[in-house]
Write a protein that binds this ligand. Structure first.
Ligand SMILES: Nc1ncnc2c1ncn2[C@@H]1O[C@H](COP(=O)(O)OP(=O)(O)OP(=O)(O)O)[C@@H](O)[C@H]1O
Length: 210
């Protein structure tokens, strides 16, 4: 394995966690998953975004910082690869969509200080699917608080991710996950394993699934 640390990213409901789990098992990797269900503000936020966006964004940042900071201090002697299903920068991108400008500027100051202490992955795999596919996935998995997410929100998050990756020239492979089925179609997993067997220069790359 060329990589020590990779991240799977993508919009809400695209299937990051499923893929991260499958890869971790196949590659005997250490897996670090987002702990969003423990966040007491998330369901409140979806009901009342104006009131709960700031505490939600702060609490996500605090949790992610705690989880990712530990990566630097702990090593797993039996596992040389670590896989996460989120980038620390995800905090900033969601905050940009959810906070009014003044609050966002305050949030960004904190983010910039903390971000410097976080280890960055060597490669990002970005799963991309159109909004109607994301909505279908969200319906299927049926978390009650997510059922009224507007298309516009998913679209804005997608834009935020893709612009950030391009503007910062992050080493990323975009995978067209419109028809992805990593659970039942081994050929789809093979495509990802093939990506992980290669080295890339900085920049963005695009792959589709068979
Ligand atoms: N910073 C944030 N601000 C607002 N909501 C967030 C933030 N981070 C995560 N969430 C919410 O937490 C929930 C879980 O998000 P996330 O995209 O990480 O996982 P997921 O949708 O289960 O991903 P996947 O299906 O790709 O595994 C979603 O409802 C998402 O909108």
């Amino acid at each position: 394995m060329i990589y020590n640390y990779i991240t799977i990213e993508g919009n809400i409901g695209v299937g990051k966690t499923t893929l991260a789990n499958i890869l971790a098992e196949k590659l005997n990797a250490r897996l670090v998953l987002e702990q969003f269900s423990d966040n007491p503000f998330l369901s409140k936020f979806y009901k009342n975004p104006e009131q709960y966006a700031f505490p939600l964004e702060l609490s996500f940042m605090a949790e992610r910082y705690k989880q990712l900071k530990e990566l630097i201090h702990t090593r797993d002697l039996f596992k040389s690869l670590t896989i996460t299903d989120y980038l620390f920068t995800k905090c900033l991108l969601f905050a940009k969509v959810n906070l009014p400008d003044e609050e966002f500027r305050l949030y960004q100051k904190l983010f910039d200080i903390i971000h410097q202490q976080i280890l960055k992955p060597e490669l990002l795999i970005y799963l991309h699917a159109p909004v109607n596919k994301l909505q279908a996935n969200i319906k299927k998995r049926n978390r009650s608080y997510e059922q009224a997410i507007p298309d516009e929100y998913l679209f804005n998050i997608q834009e935020m991710y893709t612009n950030y990756i391009k503007q910062h020239n992050i080493k990323a492979v975009f995978v067209d996950a419109s028809n992805a089925d990593f659970i039942n179609n081994p050929a789809h997993v093979e495509v990802i394993l093939d990506i992980l067997s290669k080295e890339y220069e900085h920049g963005q790359y695009y792959t589709s699934l068979p």
